[in-house]
Ligand binder design. Sequence first.
Ligand code: URA
Length: 249
Amino acid sequence: MTKTPTSRLDRLLANLGYASRREIQLLARNGRIRLDGAPFLQADTRIALTHDLEARLVVDGEALDPLPGFALMLNKPLGVTCSRKEAGPLVYDLLPPRWRRRDPAISTVGRLDKDTSGLLLMTDDGALLHRIISPKHHVAKRYRVGLARPMTGGEAELFAAGTLMLEGEDKPLAPAELEIVGPQEAILQVHEGRYHQVRRMFAATGNHVETLHRQHIGGLALPADLAPGAIRRLTDADLAAIFADGSGG
Ligand code: URA
């Protein structure tokens, strides 16, 4: 049986971004931290990091933030960037302020361009992040694409061939599936995450991507009721859906 990890309460809450360890010790002494309804006065005491702790530990009347090792989805709006190196508002600005101070930090699982909207995953779990983006796990990503010009007819075959070489690269793209929705609209499913991949694939056909929206990662769909800019914590079922890809990828 694996042993449940433990942490000093002050270290746990400091790493979750609540306050400094010294401030947390004060909060505890003032009775503002409660475990199972009773004041938890000694913040240097170790507690077991069981999953029910999020419901049992209350800070200033609020349930504890997610313990380390969690993931969330964001309906990424247009105009926000995933990279701190780019200009403009960041996806991290859409998280609750305290979550931005966590250690381990929350990062995006891969990236979407500033001008791409839709399903973006974020996590503080490096192993999970790696499992989702590693080509070994074949997690497909599905995009709805709006084009500047009508398609000419050979796009689906070209993308499916597994021979398309993007400019400046030395390895052809893995086969990708294109479903035509209209003359200038398609669903493209890819199995890699190369830089600006979808835009560059259509550029290789002489077209230009005008709108790009990610709908699925593996078998996980962006929920219709998740508004642009809104986040939702991933459930175990969501995590399983990512890897139980119904698309054949
Ligand atoms: N491909 C792109 O070109 N941009 C994205 O944001 C995602 C995939």
